[in-house]
Write a protein that binds this ligand. Structure first.
Ligand code: ADP
Ligand code: ZN
Length: 725
């Protein structure tokens, strides 16, 4: 009814309620869908969003509580509201819980304008000092300045400014709000692209100009210059007056990426990740909503930012499992980014040197377009990859580097080039065993061994973080000095390398030695400046780094990821090792990669050695297609957890008995989860496996609605699971 005053409005609150609640609209307010409002909830006032539907007509108007205020904040765009509803429905999560991710960072009030100071017109009598005279001289031009700038420009301490303000010598004035985010300049010339790059960039620019939903896979060998290509798509979006979103799997490690962005557009993009201060998050959220931030580079949660005029989405390293969020709302940021692009009617670019089988299947089915860069930029060649058969070339007793790898490192260092040893395991040793009684040091709260961290003299559980000091004696039999480390972690490899290559300057790159962006930036700088000879790292080193002087990569345990029954174990191992290998030989000097393995005949090793990704992916596809395993079928995991084993078993059994039957799907389990105990919770798993043309959500909804979950127990649903632990 146009023009008529709406009497009630549905408001979605950031809590796991089943949907929005209706509130009464007082005559003086006129909230529109998307508006942020303050409403009473129990005894508090909460921020909610006026939603588009969900009015509960059963509650009489007179019983509704009123909306207290409409906030002075940019509204949540309609597309974001649709996106939230879509994810809620797909992941079986209450919509308010999904919206909480988008709303946590909103202020009740717009930030106050910054306060500056100018000279008082009739200053009171006050003490005169040299410092005060400097401030007076600076402000003599009558221009108000921020106290921080006054102190800096007058070269006085901040206390001087404060003292003068207190004494009435300076008077406060509201400063105009400066744009927090500089505008990127899309007209700045980028690098001269190679013909392949230029062709791919033209296709992406065209897609952005078309301003329609389209998914493009940009795949190309490591070092082929994919980043420069997709930055052209970003430039096109900017030139068209639109915003751009780039998701990176590990934004904290992306200093080199930020440098390249700066080189291309002359400014820093807005960044978004969980380590930002709450103030920065709030101002960034607002700037995105107001269209002041034009490009956001972020972690998966950046997908929930309120872009009013999005023009393109880029997902770099689209194969990365880090895009799957496992806690809270369980969603895959790559897949949901495709959904957001569809709702926004904009193109999305998925970028990888090792695309996921999911994406390749979509290319094959004609749903996605593929742009391929076949060569490394600047004529660099791809590294040669060789397997080192550990049965033929065993390392010395108690050591982990085989003679051919040692020789290769020595030769590389002798040439003055850099080498890297890769082992995807933090700490010193993954298992600590008592030589006297065989006792294994286990986490009290998880089905997991404790990992020794020798530098910190601790044992730590890598699942829950539980730590204990390294005991002197076996806690089981009491034997002194009997605890022995079994197997290597990066710390142990570092110890071995330090003894083996005493002249080499070592750097360890692992999440615990390189916790934040500053440490990562410093590491990248030191490597580029050739202050480092040998890098030893976990999967962190596989991430997009460009180290021109690195020519040798040694993989200490190439078989590590292949154990366990994970559906994607081979695919992931291939992707990880291919990415690590891709760090070698990115400039003039050719690169060499050695894979230490007990299984050189394994298809993963053969594909890496042959450099034949397509053949490997074809093989993976052939292995999964007949059984309708993803991406040729659908999976959803149902994870039961309870305080004790019998309670978990009982609930899992009930759920199993309630399992629906029907065409095109089946239910596997219940079975104990591989991590049968996690943080003290006992876990069981069931798996719904369905044909691709079967929607799993209605089945799950109907199924789980028939099960009563007792107090203390939980049922979690993971649609399209990535982890099977
Ligand atoms: P990829 O992401 O495909 O692994 P990068 O985008 O990291 O490759 O490119 C590899 C290196 O080549 C980077 O240092 C990048 O700056 C450089 N590069 C790529 N394309 C160009 C170009 N057209 N002109 C100059 N340098 C380029
Ligand atoms: Zn634990």
């Amino acid at each position: 009814m146009a023009g008529s005053h709406r009497k009630r409005a549905p408001v979605l609150l950031p809590y796991p309620f089943p949907g929005p609640f209706d509130y009464r609209v007082p005559p003086e307010l006129d909230p529109r869908p998307g508006d942020l409002v303050l409403v009473p909830l129990n005894r508090r006032e909460e921020i909610g969003v006026v939603w588009d539907h969900g009015a509960d007509e059963s509650v009489g108007d007179n019983r509704l509580r009123p909306i207290a205020a409409v906030l002075d904040a940019p509204p949540m765009p309609a597309n974001l509201r649709k996106f939230i509803d879509w994810i809620a429905s797909y992941t079986l999560t209450p919509p308010g819980e999904v919206m909480a991710m988008a709303l946590r960072v909103v202020d009740r009030q717009p930030p106050p304008p910054p306060i500056g100071y100018k000279l008082a017109e009739a200053p009171p009598e006050a003490r005169r000092t040299e410092a005060r005279a400097k401030v007076q001289a600076l402000l003599a031009d009558g221009v108000a300045r921020h106290p921080h700038d006054i102190a800096e420009q007058a070269e006085v301490g901040p206390g001087v400014v404060r003292g003068m303000a207190d004494a009435g010598l300076l008077v406060p004035v509201a400063l105009p709000v400066a744009a927090a985010f500089a505008l990127p300049d899309p007209a700045r010339p980028g690098p001269v692209l190679s013909p392949d790059q230029a062709e791919a960039a033209a296709a992406l620019r065209q897609a952005v100009r078309a301003h329609d939903f389209a998914v493009t896979l940009l795949d190309g060998v490591t070092g082929s210059g994919k980043t420069e290509v997709y930055l052209e798509a970003v430039a096109e979006a900017l030139a068209a007056g639109r915003q751009a979103l780039v998701l990176l799997p590990e934004i904290a490690l992306s200093t080199q990426w930020l440098e390249r962005f700066r080189a291309r557009f002359g400014i820093d993009p807005a960044v978004w990740h969980s380590d930002l201060s709450s103030r920065t998050r709030k101002s960034t959220w607002r700037a995105v909503a107001l269209g002041e931030a034009r490009v956001v580079v972020g972690a998966r949660s950046a997908l929930f930012l309120p872009f009013p005029e999005l023009g393109v989405i880029v997902i770099d390293e689209e194969h990365e499992t880090a895009f799957k969020q496992e806690d809270g709302v369980v969603y895959h940021a790559r897949d949901m980014a495709v959904v957001r692009a569809r709702l926004e009617e904009v193109p999305i670019v998925l970028v990888s040197a090792t695309p996921s089988l999911e994406t390749m299947a979509n290319v094959e089915a004609g749903r996605y377009t593929r742009l391929h860069l076949p060569d490394r930029h600047g004529g660099a060649s791809l590294p040669t990859v060789e397997a080192v058969d550990l049965r033929e070339h065993p390392p010395e007793r108690g050591k982990f580097l085989a003679p051919p790898l040692i020789a290769a490192v020595e030769a590389t260092l002798a040439r003055g080039e850099q080498a890297m040893l890769f082992l995807n395991r933090r700490g010193y040793a993954p298992l600590t065993l008592c030589r006297a009684c065989g006792h294994r040091m286990q986490c009290p709260d998880c089905t997991a061994w404790l990992v020794e961290h020798r530098i910190r003299r601790q044992l730590q559980c890598h699942h829950c973080g539980h730590t204990v000091p390294l005991p002197e004696a076996c806690p089981s039999c009491g034997a002194a000095h009997s605890l022995t480390p079994i197997g290597p972690g990066v710390e142990r490899i570092t110890e071995e390398a330090a003894a083996r290559f005493p002249e080499a300057r070592l750097l360890v790159m692992a999440s615990d030695t390189m916790p934040g962006p500053a440490a990562a930036a410093e590491a990248a700088r030191a490597i580029a400046a050739r202050e480092i000879d040998l890098i030893i790292g976990t999967q962190i080193v596989a991430k997009g780094w460009h180290f021109p002087h690195l020519t040798l990569v040694g993989v200490v345990d190439a078989d590590l990821g292949l154990a366990g029954g994970d559906l994607r174990a081979a695919e992931r191992t291939f992707q990880l090792l291919h990415q690590v290998a891709g760090r070698a030989g990115r400039a003039e000097a050719p690169g060499r990669v050695l894979l230490q393995t007990f299984a050189p005949e394994h298809p993963v090793m053969e594909a890496l050695v042959a450099g034949d990704m397509d053949a490997f992916m074809d093989r993976e596809a052939a292995a999964r297609r007949p059984g309708h395993w993803p991406p040729y079928g659908r999976l959803a995991a149902v994870i039961v957890s309870a305080d004790d084993g019998p309670a978990a078993d009982a609930l899992a059994r009930d759920i199993g008995l309630a399992a629906p039957r029907g065409e095109g799907f089946s239910i596997l389990g219940p079975a104990p989860a591989p991590l049968a105990i996690l943080r003290g919770r006992h876990r069981r798993r069931l798996l719904l496996k369905a044909r691709r043309d079967v929607a799993v959500q209605p089945i799950l909804r109907e199924w789980l609605s028939r099960v009563k979950v007792p107090h203390g127990a939980r049922v979690d649903v993971d649609v399209d699971p990535v982890s099977f632990l």
